[in-house]
Design a binder for this molecule. Structure first.
Ligand code: SF4
Ligand code: SF4
Length: 195
């Protein structure tokens, strides 16, 4: 049976979710792969001075919310681009479990665990918590001080626009007859900090 959510109930739910706060358990920096676009890479290159190739890896069998558009055809098979892991943790996760690139972290990290759905005109459609999408870990968020909906919406729109331009580039790359490796892909994506 299909139900329509009443405007009041939706407003109440959104207002409750604005108080979702990260407890800094660091699970999402260890278990999944943090997806990264070329925009994310360029910000990280600028912030860290590292080469783009040292920041990202191409992973096989990554669940990008079942979205095939993230799959990149390389000369060694289909891959998804994400932040490099060292000993099973994001390379930017510090020993004290904090993010060492917090102000330059990828959009996917900025949004998690919130998930914003946008309308065609980029106005806000809905706000949810997206931990149920991952079977292998659960986010240990807590409720605290409310964040501004305007700020969350602003980040969501930037995230969408950057992701959209990245997915267009990936589609363009995948349409080429000649497949390549990571370095060629990063060059194609115009990533900064290439050797
Ligand atoms: S960039 Fe920071 S927030 Fe994102 S996965 Fe790595 S350590 Fe975690
Ligand atoms: S899993 Fe949730 S609570 Fe833990 S660090 Fe990530 S966002 Fe924060």
């Amino acid at each position: 049976m299909t139900k329509r959510k009443s405007g009041t109930r939706k407003k109440k739910k959104i207002s409750k979710l604005l108080a979702v706060q990260c407890s800094q358990c660091s699970t999402c920096c260890r278990v999944p792969v943090a997806l990264a676009t070329h925009h994310d890479i360029n910000r990280l290159v600028k912030a860290t001075g590292l080469e783009a190739g040292k920041i990202v890896s191409l992973y096989a069998n990554v669940d990008a919310d079942d979205d095939d558009r993230f799959l990149i055809r390389t000369s060694y098979g289909k891959r998804t681009m994400g932040l490099r892991k060292v000993k099973g943790r994001c390379m930017f996760l510090s020993d004290d479990q904090s993010c060492s690139v917090y102000n330059s972290r990828p959009m996917s990290c900025r949004m998690f665990p919130l998930q914003v759905t946008l309308e065609e005109d980029n106005s806000l459609h809905d706000l949810n918590v997206q931990d149920s999408a991952h079977d292998d870990f659960s986010c240990r968020y807590r409720f605290g001080r409310s964040r501004s909906l305007k700020e969350i919406h602003r980040i969501a729109v930037s995230d969408f626009l950057e992701q959209d331009s990245y997915l267009k580039k990936v589609a363009e790359w995948n349409a080429r007859s000649q497949k390549g490796k990571k370095q060629e892909l990063l060059e194609f994506l115009d990533c900064d900090g290439l050797p």
